[in-house]
Design a protein around this ligand. Structure first.
Ligand code: SF4
Length: 304
């Protein structure tokens, strides 16, 4: 009897001392803390999720995000493919907002590839100074313009294989241009896209080209461009790098990384950016759909 009692006591002590693993559980219903966000039903991403289940979850996330950001669009101001390709090259190492505040002066002075190819580099540098790395960027955009003039008769080409022949144009820039200036499907694997698809466990790849292929395989091609906007918009507004606003995230029930950021709804709401937080966006000339949804244009350079 004594032995049995001692055994029970040891067992009890072991249970009491066992470390309690803190598990963060996503809310059963979407917090809908974001105004207009749809309420998602709970779908817990399972460990060892099958490919079919992953495809379903990934597409569901995209559908939910389409309802949260029905007005999602490229956040660089542009009026033609030339302006978009130049703005995309300038957006390296800086924000779209800073590019948008800089390009009006650039395109007013050099409206065509011929103009920019023949420009005085010092004058271009002065205009591009606010974007940072302005000397290197001047070389890039004048070299790119020369390439467009010499290789393609002054017209930005509308095919991937041609675009990547232009100096300084990789697949990411090419897809931005194809998707947004030519209406051809493209996935844009920028820093937000890389971070979010990893958080959502859509792929374990870290190389942008491999991420592009892995994510592309989860969606029909016709979804690629809008998918890129939805993911990037979510990364900029809610699922930030350092402090994701999980407590205000409409896709929390679908996200394996829920709890990586602030889960308190009120505190999370304060982390929201751009139109979700009631602030101006990145474009000086956003589309009407954005303005209709309560979005505000960004201020010009020097105004804020
Ligand atoms: S990490 Fe948080 S903010 Fe990002 S998608 Fe998941 S739940 Fe939403």
């Amino acid at each position: 009897m004594k032995k049995a009692a001692a055994k029970r006591a040891v067992k009890k002590a072991a249970v009491q001392k066992a470390p309690v693993k803190k598990t963060v559980v996503a809310p059963k219903k979407a917090t809908a803390a974001v105004k207009g966000a749809p309420a998602a039903k709970t779908v817990a991403p399972a460990k060892g999720e099958s490919h079919t289940a992953l495809v379903r979850r990934a597409r569901r996330i995209n559908r939910e995000l389409a309802e949260v950001y029905p007005y999602a669009h490229p956040e660089l101001d542009f009026e033609n493919p030339f302006q978009l390709i130049v703005a995309t090259v300038l957006s390296a190492q800086t924000t779209d907002l800073r590019v948008n505040q800089t390009t009006p002066a650039l395109f007013a002075k050099y409206p065509t590839p011929e103009d920019l190819a023949a420009a005085n580099p010092e004058e271009v540098e002065e205009i591009l100074r606010p974007t940072g790395f302005f000397r290197a960027k001047t070389k890039s955009v004048t070299g790119l313009s020369k390439g467009i003039v010499e290789q393609f008769g002054g017209e930005v080409p509308g095919r991937l294989e041609d675009l990547v022949k232009l100096p300084g144009v990789g697949r990411k820039t090419a897809f931005v241009v194809l998707g947004n200036a030519f209406g051809r499907p493209g996935i844009t694997v920028d820093t937000h896209f890389q971070r979010l698809v990893r958080r959502w466990q859509w792929t374990a790849e870290s190389d942008p080209d491999k991420i592009e292929a892995a994510v592309g395989a989860l969606f029909p091609k016709s979804d690629w461009t809008d998918l890129s906007h939805h993911v990037i918009w979510h990364g900029r507004r809610i699922c930030h790098a350092r402090k994701p606003a999980c407590g205000a995230c409409p896709i929390a029930p679908l996200c394996p990384a829920y709890g990586e950021g602030e889960t308190d709804p009120e505190k999370a709401k304060k982390l929201l950016k751009y139109e979700k937080g009631g602030f101006p966006g990145q474009r000086l000339n956003p589309p009407q759909s954005y303005l209709d949804a309560g979005g505000k244009p960004a201020p010009p350079l020097g105004a804020g």
